[in-house]
Design a binder for this molecule. Structure first.
Ligand code: ARG
Length: 462
């Protein structure tokens, strides 16, 4: 639109137009931009700043512009700097001079801040919905397999038996915190900046609360200079998205390991696996690998915007235009990742026998034997030493702990009795009947609690 260059004697050089334009990516904000303009126009008329009839015309044509864009009929002209100018210039074509009234008491600086807040609010809601679906898939899989025992690991070395459901619910907790984090970010995103103008506020008797209500914001910004230059709400989304992708990458890693022939704990559904172009036997976990790989982009976007904003003086600076691609890319990375993971988890085939066989190997019950000695009066440190010697004896003789005789046990401590031989992976799991532990009773409760949390969130809570 030429009028913003009225004081210049020459049009911008072509490379400058290309260098400065955000239209190729910010056209994605068209709905938010038009919604903001409609609310602003209604307010201008209500406050008698522009005639009601002009407002009606503007609103009518803004609505039809939205339709044009949706139907792919809108021509995005490269010379128009951004989506705000593109829409306003089309409005001029359709209404003539009336269009010039839309931008009364507004600047692109508060306009773009508004659009970004509207977009981020929507992105947060969609993210939380998808997180809930993923949590639901985890809880369902946990419930369907609530008796399955698997080896728990530390250092990826067999540690103690745990319920597979307990392992899955660990991820439920991570995604719960993620949902809460997005919920927290929403509170600070839900602030309406229009009325801040270019930076100092506007010199018209506008009704900011009306605009906030029209657009579904619960608050208005308190400082115009902050409002046009702050993007920490975007940074919060990017940070929460990075943490969430990091959690997904951990789950991805488990899926990758578990589906290997060496572990054989799960089999991916055909719909969620890929083949190899050369090795016909392969069933590859590419979905999990790509999620693991894409975490990098979300970290990159976070660092990019943090760096863009570092040391930016008040108030608006064009640098801020860099917020958009970072945000869009993280949203476009996270949302589909959450979606495919729900499907992948729901359709996993669990190989119970392999998990349970692995949970019976490798002296996994050594801690339980030490605990047994403690229950018979030994100190834990001594019990640890006795059991360690017993394990190395068993390893030397090539026997599993439950293949040793009672007299062999007694060689290491007179406190061993027949019941020591009855220790099993299920007694081990059942013994950890402590809040947050892996005993079936506890896991049962955790499943119920998880379902309740999902139910609550469906009603709008976190
Ligand atoms: N495309 C710009 C952005 O994304 C819109 C605001 C432009 N404001 C300005 N004063 N040049 O930040």
């Amino acid at each position: 639109m030429s009028h913003i260059r009225s004081r210049f004697n020459a049009p911008a050089a072509k490379p400058v137009v290309e260098y400065t334009s955000s239209l190729p990516f910010d056209k994605r904000l068209y709905r938010h931009d038009i919604a903001g303009s409609i609310a602003h126009t209604k307010m201008l008329a209500k406050q008698a700043i522009i005639p009601q009839q002009d407002a009606n015309t503007i609103i009518k044509y803004l609505t039809s512009i939205a339709g044009e864009i949706e139907q792919g009929k809108f021509e995005f002209k490269a010379e128009l700097e951004d989506i705000h100018m593109a829409i306003e210039s089309r409005l001029f074509e359709l209404t003539g001079e009336i269009a010039g009234k839309l931008h009364t008491a507004r600047s692109r600086n508060d306009q773009v801040a508004l659009d970004m807040r509207l977009f981020t609010k929507e992105a947060i809601s969609e993210t939380v919905v998808r997180l809930r679906f993923l949590q639901q898939s985890l809880v369902e899989l946990a419930e369907e397999n609530k008796d399955v025992v698997m080896p728990g690991y530390t250092h990826l070395q067999t540690a103690q038996p745990v319920l597979f459901a307990h392992h899955l619910l660990a991820y439920f907790e991570m995604f719960q915190r993620d949902a809460e984090r997005f919920g927290e970010a929403l509170k600070r995103t839900d602030v309406m900046p229009l009325g801040s103008g270019a930076l100092a506020g506007v010199a018209y008797d506008i009704d900011r609360d009306f605009v906030a209500r029209e657009l579904g914001f619960s608050q208005i910004s308190r400082n115009s200079m902050d409002a046009v230059s702050d993007r920490d709400f975007v940074i919060e989304y990017l940070a929460a998205a990075s943490i969430c992708m990091m959690h997904l990458s951990r789950l991805a890693e488990e899926v990758i390991i578990w589906s290997s022939a060496e572990f054989g704990f799960i089999e991916l559904d055909d719909a969620y696996a890929t083949g190899s172009s050369i090795m016909p036997q392969k069933k590859n976990p590419d979905v999990a690998e790509l999620a693991r790989g894409r975490v990098g982009r979300t970290y990159g976007n976070l660092i990019a915007l943090l760096t863009t904003m570092k040391a930016l003086p008040l108030s608006y600076n064009r640098d801020l235009q860099e917020d958009k691609e970072a945000l869009f890319d993280s949203v476009d990375t996270l949302l589909p990742s959450l979606e495919v993971f729900s499907g992948m988890i729901s359709s996993l085939k669990i190989k119970k026998e392999n998990m349970e066989r692995a949970a019976s190997r490798d002296y996994i019950l050594a801690t339980d034997l030490a605990d047994y000695l403690v229950s018979r009066g030994e100190t834990f440190r001594n019990a640890h030493g006795i059991t360690a010697r017993l394990v190395s004896y068993a390893a030397e003789t090539g026997k599993a702990l439950n293949r040793l005789s009672l007299s062999e046990y007694k060689r290491f401590s007179p406190l061993f009795n027949k019941d020591a031989l009855a220790i099993s992976k299920s007694s081990s799991v059942a013994a950890r009947n402590i809040a947050g532990g892996t005993a079936p009773q506890q896991v049962e409760k955790a499943i119920d609690r998880a379902k309740e949390m999902i139910g609550k969130s469906n009603k709008g809570g976190f």
